[in-house]
Structures are given as C-alpha cells and as structure tokens.
Design a protein around this ligand. Structure first.
Ligand SMILES: Nc1ncnc2c1ncn2[C@@H]1O[C@H](COP(=O)(O)OP(=O)(O)O)[C@@H](O)[C@H]1O
Ligand SMILES: [Mg+2]
Length: 224
C-alpha cells in the first residue's frame, strides 16, 4: 500500500489551550488510486499532508508510506522517503526561479537518483510544456508553472503524490485541464494521489472523496 493511516490523533496548541485537530483518522490508499481530501479551511488538511510527508512528528497512531512506518523513524529515513517515495505539489508551485523549466523538472529526479531524460521529456510532452523547456518560471503562466511542478513531481516516479490545493491559483477552465492531465498521468504511472481540493467538480473526478470535519475523516459518496 502506498499509504496506510491507522488511528491517528493529533493535538495542536491553540493559544494557551491544547485541542485535538485530528481524531481517530484512518485511511488506506491503493496503488494508482486517486483520492480527494476536502474540508473547511482550518479543518486540518494541510496538517494531515505534512504528517504524511514526515514534516511534523506523529503523536499518536501510525502512518505507513509504502510500508515504512513514520512514527519513531529517524530524520535520515524520513528525508529519504521524501526524496524517493513521495512527491508533493503545492498551490504556489514552488519552482526554483534560477532554473529553467527543464532543470526544474529534472531537479527532484536527480535528487532521488532517478533522473531519466526521456522520461522527463515524455512528461513535458504529455503536459504540453515541451516548448517551454529553456524558459524561466517568471515568464510562465500559472497553468504552465503548475504543469512544470507536476512534471517535476512525477519525474521521481513517486509511489505517493500529495497535492495541496494544486489549482487554487488557476481559473476554472485551466484548473480542469491541469487536473485531467494530473489524474491521467498519476494513473498511467501507478502513482497514488491524495489531493486537497475545494472544488466539488474536481473531487467528483477522483476515485474516492474524504472529508475532514470536526477532526474526523469520513468517506463521501462520489458524484453526490
Ligand atoms: N503546528 C501548529 N501549531 C498550532 N496550530 C497549528 C499548527 N498547525 C496547524 N495549526 C492550526 O491547525 C488548524 C488547521 O490548519 P491546516 O492544517 O492548515 O488546515 P487546512 O489546511 O484544512 O486549512 C488551524 O487552526 C491552524 O492554525
Ligand atoms: Mg491548507
């Protein structure tokens, strides 16, 4: 399994009070499965992704990413997991402004020791950005920047792709196209995808929809 979450509880300090942000959260994502994560602002979606990425320590419960338990895992294991097994896509793209598109795409794959020029080029072609390879991020539109970030993420051949409101900065038309490309590439690469989205239409294109509410994670019916 790319992702298994078992009985996760997570407490945060809210001013002087401690409160449970996540309670008894459990989730399984199968290889190639595309899952939407919805919930009101402040419900804990980004915190959950950060816990899965090993960026915040686990307090109670366990998370397995591709079989590796994160609780009590050392920094070396966690950083290796982030390089080799996981990939992340953010709302603000997080491209490196000093690198052109081609080098942005290859950056993560090189770090993972998995750079393959023909794979990178094929991703760029599939995403329709192969004519931009020698351009720099500040000359690109939002939709183009997010396509570069998607190519960079998939270039590492991740088992699990985490995306936090990846189309939050794009208009509806652009956003639908980017999501369709992302879903079809995740499927063809057998990468599982967990994507935070506020859009019901985007969530409706995914295999499963989960909602975070009052600390609990519950599956919703798709298309209803
Ligand atoms: N490390 C932290 N310490 C204190 N509060 C936090 C911490 N991380 C997140 N929060 C709070 O937890 C809540 C959930 O935040 P977040 O996960 O960003 O929600 P979402 O992504 O669903 O909007 C917010 O109220 C936020 O201020
Ligand atoms: Mg968030």
């Amino acid at each position: 399994m790319p992702l298994t979450i078992h009985n996760l509880n997570h407490q945060i300090h809210d001013g002087h009070i401690e409160r449970w942000l996540l309670t008894r959260v459990s989730l399984n994502i199968a290889p190639g499965e595309c899952v939407a994560l919805t919930g009101d602002s402040g419900s804990g979606k980004t915190t959950l992704l950060n816990l899965i990425a090993g960026l915040e320590p686990l307090q109670q419960g366990q998370i397995y990413v591709a079989g590796q338990g994160l609780r009590h895992a050392g920094d070396k294991t966690l950083s290796q997991l982030r390089r080799q097994t996981l990939a992340m896509i953010f709302q603000h793209y997080n491209l490196l402004s000093s690198l052109n598109v081609s080098d942005n795409i290859s950056f993560s794959a090189r770090l993972a020791g998995r750079y393959d020029q023909s794979h990178s080029l094929s991703l760029a072609r599939n995403l329709g950005i192969d004519h931009l390879l020698d351009h720099y991020p500040d000359t690109l539109s939002g939709g183009e920047m997010q396509r570069v970030a998607i190519a960079r993420a998939l270039g590492t051949r991740p088992k699990l792709l985490l995306a936090d409101e990846p189309t939050g900065n794009l208009d509806n038309n652009n956003s639908d196209k980017v999501i369709e490309q992302l879903l079809s590439l995740a499927k063809s690469h057998h990468s599982a995808l967990l994507m935070v989205t506020h859009s019901a239409s985007i969530a409706g294109k995914m295999d499963k929809i989960y909602q975070l509410k009052d600390g609990q994670l519950n599956q919703q019916s798709c298309g209803g």
